[in-house]
Write a protein that binds this ligand. Structure first.
Ligand SMILES: Nc1ncnc2c1ncn2[C@@H]1O[C@H](COP(=O)(O)OP(=O)(O)OP(=O)(O)O)[C@@H](O)[C@H]1O
Ligand SMILES: [Mg+2]
Length: 388
């Protein structure tokens, strides 16, 4: 292990579950001599009170609450980096850099009328002070300023880390939102494609929170969905969402597939009056999530050829969701993310380490045909460490 090449990647995703951190050795200076080796990985959940304060701030936040959360998130990120480095006997100040995605508070994709904007918090200065390391953060803004969706950003790291000489691969993330990266064979001249397919676990999580009076944050092991029946009226209402037929590049967020949509379902279908149980709602949302992925594949991914599909992100732990996806995509070989040689929960944290490496080597790390931006850009902003 060459300590000069050590990076930490940090991800705290839309479902507000916590912080994922990967310690990675990354070598080379270009895409051609790039190599990587994961050294350690950990996930640290936010405690309940903190998670509730994030939810509250996203739904009804004030400038003051956002300002405070920005600093406290910086400290939390720093604490996880230090714990991760300790576990591998590495000094955090000796890291080459930390790539920190930050916690998304809001993401507005571009439209014909609006250029789009995005806000991730987790103060990089606090993180740099806490760890001593240089921090690259705010990766999405530059792509959006150049006309892109600011998402998905994992496609370039996916291509470097996971493209195969022999197989055309689809990597399917099941995080708060769901997104796909389709990777052509390594030597192929075809362009990869990557886009958000729609909701990941966000809708199921929000319904579970309501169903359990905010005691549970997600449908653990898919057990609530199993007890419910699909409500066809709600399902067809959900399947009518314009997002599903919008061609890529496209991105989405909790603003579209989150609490507001659950409110709309309650208002429109009055589950209490119509004897629709919360388990029915969760079962329906689980199938909707799978169908939105299935439709995206039928239209934009399968026509390019898919030899194998890998499921990644926290949704792989929900057997009801995985079974629903398998039922939608019977013609595809579906593999668990572990078969890619990584912990499926680590993929995005690994990606942000690779994006930090790309920044320091002056490489354009967005893929304009995936994000829709007007060109390749070096993504991120640098906060120098104590020994820069
Ligand atoms: N045992 C489990 N059973 C069911 N679902 C689970 C289980 N463990 C984790 N999950 C799901 O995984 C989610 C967390 O996954 P992940 O961290 O990939 O999401 P995220 O942070 O929103 O990701 P993204 O960065 O893609 O937005 C939880 O909110 C939950 O829905
Ligand atoms: Mg997460």
């Amino acid at each position: 292990m060459n300590s000069k090449n050590l990076f930490v990647g940090l991800m705290s995703g839309t479902s507000l579950d916590g912080i994922d951190a990967a310690l990675v050795e990354i070598g080379g200076t270009t895409a051609d001599d790039f190599y990587w080796n994961q050294i350690a990985f950990m996930s640290r959940p936010y405690d309940k009170e903190y998670r509730n304060s994030l939810h509250e701030s996203i739904e009804n936040g004030t400038p003051k609450s956002l300002c405070q959360l920005n600093a406290s998130l910086g400290e939390k990120l720093g604490a996880v980096v230090c714990e991760l480095c300790d576990s591998a006997s590495v000094h955090s100040s000796s890291l080459r850099a930390i790539g920190s995605h930050g916690q998304t508070f809001w993401h507005i994709p571009p439209t014909d009328q609006y250029r789009g904007s995005t806000l991730q918090l987790g103060d990089p200065a606090t993180l740099a002070e806490y760890t001593g390391a240089s921090v690259i953060s705010d990766f999405r803004s530059r792509d959006m300023a150049a006309g892109g969706q600011g998402a998905p950003l994992v496609s370039w790291p996916d291509w470097l880390m996971f493209s195969s000489r022999d197989h055309r691969r689809a990597l399917q993330n099941l995080g708060g939102m769901a997104n796909v990266t389709w990777l052509p064979k390594k030597e192929s001249r075809e362009d990869l494609i990557a886009f958000d397919t729609g909701p990941g676990v966000a809708l199921m999580n929000e319904a579970t929170r309501r169903a359990t009076n905010y005691q549970e944050d997600f449908d653990r092991d898919g057990l609530l969905a199993i007890q419910g029946s699909i409500n066809e009226d709600i399902l067809s209402f959900l399947m009518n969402d314009d997002f599903l037929v919008m061609p890529p590049p496209k991105s989405t967020g909790r603003e579209r597939f989150g609490a507001d949509l659950i409110d709309q379902i309650i208002e429109r279908f009055e589950p209490d009056r119509n004897e629709i149980s919360w388990c029915d709602v969760i079962a329906t949302l689980t199938v909707f999530t799978a169908k939105s992925i299935g439709e995206a594949y039928q239209t934009w991914v399968i026509p390019r050829g898919v030899d194998e599909m890998f499921l990644l992100g926290g949704g792989v732990h929900n057997p009801s969701l995985v079974a629903a996806i398998e039922a939608e995509l019977k013609t595809i070989t579906i593999r668990h993310g572990f078969e890619l040689g990584i912990n499926p929960d680590a993929r995005e944290a690994l990606s942000f380490a690779v994006l930090a490496w790309g920044y320091l080597n002056g490489l354009a790390t967005n893929m304009p045909f995936a994000t829709g931006s007007s060109g390749g850009r070096i993504l991120g902003s640098l906060t120098p460490g104590l020994t820069w």
